[in-house]
Design a protein around this ligand. Structure first.
Ligand code: GRF
Length: 203
């Protein structure tokens, strides 16, 4: 499957996908990496691997809707079968979802529906949960609300701070992302209400 990845930061999830894609039987060809800002390690990782990149900053557009349309058109120009938001810190809008709804994946560093939003690890620590984790989901119009593809539990340790907990979550998050992006790339799949159903035969 052709894959476009959108990033806003360090891009370790992107790197895990790049590394997995190096194996032919993984079934994923990363055709472009897009970002909403310049100068980030995520873009540098793509460039080092010879992957095409693009940047669309919201500030360059009249409003969010215009940015959303431009993003949808740009991603569509690469004709992807799957899109992954890998630490992409913007909400995609209606124009994007009209084209890529049902085949755009995101990860969240908490066990949805707990602790949605920007600070999953911090909020889990503040609440005092003993187990948190990461969630892979199909993007919808909400914040971390889409149909869940997979989840992985991660323990909160006694002396964790936000950064140590987030790093432990990210290790599990990357493994889950790599496993499921490969699975979804190699199968037909569809959404049945909130369930992700895999086709019987690999594509
Ligand atoms: C991940 O934990 C992701 O879930 C969160 O931001 C982090 C991105 O990390 N939204 P990276 O840029 O892939 O290293």
């Amino acid at each position: 499957a052709r894959l476009v990845v959108l990033v806003s930061g360090s891009g370790t999830n992107l790197q895990a996908l790049i590394d997995a894609s190096a194996t032919a039987d993984y079934g994923v060809d990363i055709v472009a990496v897009g970002a909403d800002r310049d100068g980030i390690e995520g873009l540098a990782r793509a460039e080092r691997h010879g992957i095409e990149t693009f940047v669309l900053r919201t500030a360059e557009f009249d409003d969010r809707a215009a940015w959303d349309i431009a993003l949808a058109e740009k991603v569509a120009s690469y004709d992807p079968g799957l899109v992954v938001l890998a630490g992409f810190m913007k909400l995609t809008g209606p124009a994007f979802l009209a084209l890529f709804g049902g085949r755009t994946l995101n990860t969240h560093p908490a066990l949805s529906p707990a602790f949605p939003g920007m600070h999953g690890p911090r909020d889990a620590l503040a609440y005092g949960v003993k187990i948190t984790g990461a969630t892979l989901f199909v993007v919808d119009e909400g914040v971390d609300t889409g149909p869940i593809v997979a989840q992985v539990p991660v323990p909160v340790l006694e002396d964790d701070d936000e950064s140590s907990l987030h790093e432990r979550i990210k290790t599990s998050e990357r493994a889950m992302l790599v496993e499921w992006v490969g699975t979804l790339a190699r199968h037909d799949f569809h959404l049945d209400d909130r369930a992700v159903r895999l086709g019987a035969t690999p594509t």
